[in-house]
Design a protein around this ligand. Sequence first.
Ligand SMILES: Cc1ncc(COP(=O)(O)O)c(C=O)c1O
Length: 374
Amino acid sequence: MSSSANRLINRPILATIHTDAFRHNLSRIRELAPASKIWSVVKAKAYGHTLEAVLKGLESTDGFALLDIADAQWLRDHAWGGRILLLEGLFSQEELELAVKLKCDLVVHSEKQVDWLEAYQNHSGHQINIFLKLNSGMNRLGLKPAHYRTAFHRLHAAGYHLHHMTHFANADQVERSPSVGEQLECFEQAIEGLQAPTSLANSAAILWHRNALGDWIRPGIMLYGVSPTGVHADIVRSELQAVMQLRSEIIDIQELKKGDHIGYGGRYQSPEDMRIGVIACGYADGYPRHAEDGTPVWVDAADTHGNGAICPIVGQVSMDMLTIDLREAPHAKIGSVVELWGSEVPVDDVAQMSGTIGYELICALAPRVSVVIK
Ligand SMILES: Cc1ncc(COP(=O)(O)O)c(C=O)c1O
């Protein structure tokens, strides 16, 4: 971003979704798993990036996996003719008719869902794809191994086209239990002799367990250029790019004397005379209130050479504003553009300084923040 970056209008906070980064990340995923098809996981409005943006940036995916049937309807209304997977399947029996009309693939994770599908008379003229989910150790959703084969046979007999699916609990942690190896073994035993395509890997498994991919992979967070572990170095090593950039501006500057306190609770006390930048971004925009002093913010054209500079947060984040230390930014002025997260400031770093993970921050971008899709 240069100093000539477009001035933002109205209250100067804006999220930009970079669809070229989407394209880049999707092609990196294809390089990592060339033999697999890709369900791009776009639940929670594409982890906060909007469905409009994924239609523009991820149009070459093999399918979109999501949660709400309303989002499936939205994709169909906007001319998406490819596959759609309902990641938690049906929430009620009544949803089935609409799911079939929208040509959705369905995850089936419970006996109740098997009952609904068995009872259903499919007059649509097309075959319904089922991703039967095994609980291989995560103990969230999925059929236990003891019930899996019966469910498979029932759905097969009822005329559905079946796939085997499971989800890993710890693909980002080698030493945690259940390990990927344990879950994989459970999966292979449960499906033995039952011919069907498979779907296993989330982002962490795609990055670190290439033996556990399956015919259909399910990347979510890596599509957005954010780390499954919370460690930004993983994203750099994997050559992924940030898709969401959250920017705002300095709306005021305070000249503090040594010993002055800043903001609610006076958490930060100035160690010397210094300038403080007030940024139009607070927790009501989705910025984490728990961000500690030192959380990085990037200020455009700010240092003595006119380059961007990282300026740490000082003081408590409030509802509409946050405050930064401008000692490294002598050229910063009212109207200077700042990046809260994006390519200069990894959202993973902001999350780490706030006791959370990047997933939460991107999903929690507030509706009051305008979004531009580039
Ligand atoms: C079943 C399933 N598959 C894939 C994903 C994508 O996971 P990630 O964002 O870690 O890649 C999720 C997300 O939680 C999920 O629930």
